[in-house]
Design a protein around this ligand. Sequence first.
Ligand code: CP
Length: 308
Amino acid sequence: MDYAKKDLISINDLSKSDILYFIDTAKEFKKISLQDIKKVPTMRGKTILNLFFEPSTRTKTSFEIAQKRLSADTINLSISQSSVVKGESLSDTILNLQAMKADAFVIRHYESGAPFFISNITNASVINAGDGINEHPTQCLLDIMTIFEHKKEIKSLKIAIIGDIVHSRVARSDIAGLSKLGAEIYLYGPQTLMPRFINSDNIKIAGSMDNAVKEADVIIMLRVQKERTAFYFIPSIEEYRNYFKLTGEILKLASKDVLILHPGPVNRDVEISGSIINSGKTAIFDQVENGIAIRMACLYILLGGRHS
Ligand code: CP
């Protein structure tokens, strides 16, 4: 199968069969990370620039590892040391880096839509590594890969997504991707952080924590975004903890082989009990491991046969 687009900006741009193609390709690339020599020459000669305008541990590191495992030349532009701090515009930054014959840009930006804007001014491939409150498509793909590994099938699974639904780019991408694969999605969080309108039969507002978790096959806990929005919409972290934290007690309502995901970084004992993480009941580190394979697959699919 072929994927003709040069960019990965939004999960909404992918069909169900595109998503499955990305996952199947990632499964093959995961094998490379299990070899003694974790490197293949697939992307030798390709130049990839990582531009992270916002902090990141998992996404930034796993993109860089993915690029190195594919033998690409990878450059991390340090935004705080770049001419961005002298006022150079985003478009001028990109045009100058493009003049250095970049084949791809991996962009994390605090502004929603920045990767889309960049994709329109460059011939290089653009991968959205998380933009504002909009989307995080590679997180969605790695979440789907992790669910497939544990559950074999996604159609008809009850998947609860709990937390700040409105401002979560992970939720936005996961809802789009998982509903394309036929999951039954239940959303729950503080009233102020819930979507007002839902126009899909397989996406529901749970109404309570118990309803969200009851018989859930998968629970995706979202991070309280202290740096972005949290304190405008909830009275306090203590209140959030009291009503929206996943505890061992609430977890008893879920399906007995429930899969628990969290995109990270985790606020322990705010979104989820530290004891649940320590007990090894979550697949958080499987998500991180799969992040490398998914990002290798994205780079390969977007850049593999392209000569910019
Ligand atoms: N999941 C995620 O995007 O984590 P980072 O912010 O550490 O990249």
